[in-house]
Structures are given as structure tokens and as C-alpha cells.
Design a binder for this molecule. Structure first.
Ligand SMILES: Cc1cc2nc3c(=O)[nH]c(=O)nc-3n(C[C@H](O)[C@H](O)[C@H](O)COP(=O)(O)O)c2cc1C
Length: 212
């Protein structure tokens, strides 16, 4: 497996990313695929990041929409005001310490609140909560009443915990990074709670499309 030329190139040259590497080389041989995706030099990756790399927009959309996602209600609090928005661009990124990453749209109301307060709480939607996810997936700026009729209480950090959530995870912001039309937030898990048993809502079950 380690005779893969891409792997040796990676070992010799740190400016080359080990993208498909030896694993895919063997996989392709086994399955008889004719092509092996080459490693992408960092110089080309920079072009991708600047949007100069030509990607077929339809295939890009299709390929990125094959990713699997969960669905969460991210709540925030700042200067006596609270907000909650639906997010799928969210994942755990470290065991120790437990860290999560979430990407928040730059034109959202929540981003400014989170950056000022440095806290947020992730509420895990239960399966069957598609309507709630859809309601909280609207913009608070365009729908200032979107929290009307939603049952929640405030956690110790001031952020709402949904009564219907399966679990909640309170976080403190550690780092942020620009991420195109959004901002990537890396946050540490500081408190957690389970509100019931059951399954979480997924993008696949809800049938929403927020990727591509
Ligand atoms: C299915 C779905 C997934 C979404 N995922 C995200 C996400 O990951 N990050 C994000 O900032 N907004 C996401 N949104 C949009 C937000 O829920 C919300 O409309 C937007 O961020 C503005 O929220 P706010 O102004 O209330 O803060 C998603 C919306 C839907 C319906």
C-alpha cells in the first residue's frame, strides 16, 4: 500500500496534502476504477479557496449535497435578548478537550450576539421535529417573532434550552475564523444535559437542503 507515489510525495514534501493517499489507491485497484485522484498541491488549494478554480456548479452542488448532517437549534443570549437558529453545519471536532465547530452566516442576527457574549448552546432536535427546525431556520431579522410559541427555559449561560430538545450542550467560544459568507466558531463544551431518549433529527429525514 505504501508504494503509492502520492504517499511518498507527501512524506517528502510537506507542501502537498495527503488527500486520497494510499487508502484510495488500494480501494480503486480493488474496485477496478480507472482513475486515481491525485494529491492537490497547496498552491492549487489556495486557488480553490479564492474561487479561481473552475468547478462545475451543478456537480459541486450535487456532490456537496451527498454529505450527511444532523440538525441542531443553536441558541444565544446577549444583553437580555435571546435567539435560536437551526444549523446543520455543526460537528464535534475534538475529544479532549471536547470541542465543537459551527459555521454561522455573517448576515445572521445570531453571529453578532455569539461574538459579543462568547457563549452558545446547542439543542439537539428530536426526530419528528422538522416543523420546529423549519420555524427556527428562518432569519430573526426578517421574522422577529420566530420564537413566539416555542417552549424553552434559560440555561446558566442565559441561552435558551428547548423543552422539546433531545439533549443540550452549552459552549464557550474559543476561536473564530472567516469562512466565506459565514464565520467558523470553535467552542468548548462546558455543560451538558439529556432531556429524553430517542433519536436525533437528521437532514435526510427532514428533507431540507442547506449545502452545495
Ligand atoms: C435546514 C437549515 C439548516 C441551516 N443551517 C445553518 C447553519 O449551519 N448555519 C447558519 O448560520 N445558518 C443556518 N441556517 C439558517 C439559519 O437557521 C438562519 O436562518 C440564519 O442563520 C439567520 O438566523 P438568525 O438571523 O435568526 O440568527 C439553516 C437553515 C435551515 C432551514
Amino acid at each position: 500500500m505504501f508504494s503509492d507515489p502520492g504517499y511518498s510525495l507527501y512524506r517528502k514534501n510537506a507542501s502537498v496534502l495527503p488527500l486520497p493517499s494510499a487508502f484510495f489507491y488500494g480501494y480503486n485497484e480493488k474496485c477496478g476504477f480507472a482513475t486515481v485522484t491525485p494529491e492537490i498541491p497547496l498552491t492549487q488549494l489556495k486557488k480553490i479557496n479564492k474561487g479561481k478554480y473552475s468547478v462545475d456548479p451543478n456537480i459541486k452542488k450535487q456532490a456537496l449535497r451527498t454529505f450527511t448532517y444532523g440538525l441542531y437549534a443553536v441558541s444565544c443570549a446577549d444583553e437580555g435578548e435571546v435567539n435560536i437558529f437551526t444549523a446543520n453545519w455543526l460537528t464535534q471536532i475534538s475529544f479532549d478537550p471536547p470541542l465543537i465547530a459551527v459555521s454561522v452566516e455573517n448576515d445572521s442576527k445570531s453571529l453578532g450576539m455569539i461574538l459579543r457574549s462568547r457563549v452558545l448552546t446547542i439543542n439537539v432536535y428530536r426526530d419528528g421535529e422538522r416543523d420546529l427546525a423549519g420555524k427556527l431556520g428562518k432569519s430573526a431579522i426578517q421574522h422577529p417573532d420566530k420564537l413566539n410559541g416555542i417552549e424553552y427555559e434559560l440555561g446558566a449561560n442565559g441561552c435558551p434550552i428547548l423543552h422539546n430538545a433531545l439533549a443540550w450542550v452549552a459552549c464557550e467560544v474559543l476561536h473564530t475564523a472567516p469562512a466565506g459568507d459565514s464565520t467558523l466558531i470553535v467552542a468548548a463544551v462546558v455543560d451538558v444535559g439529556m432531556l429524553g431518549e430517542g433519536r436525533s433529527l437528521t437532514m435526510s429525514e427532514a428533507g431540507f437542503r442547506h449545502a452545495g
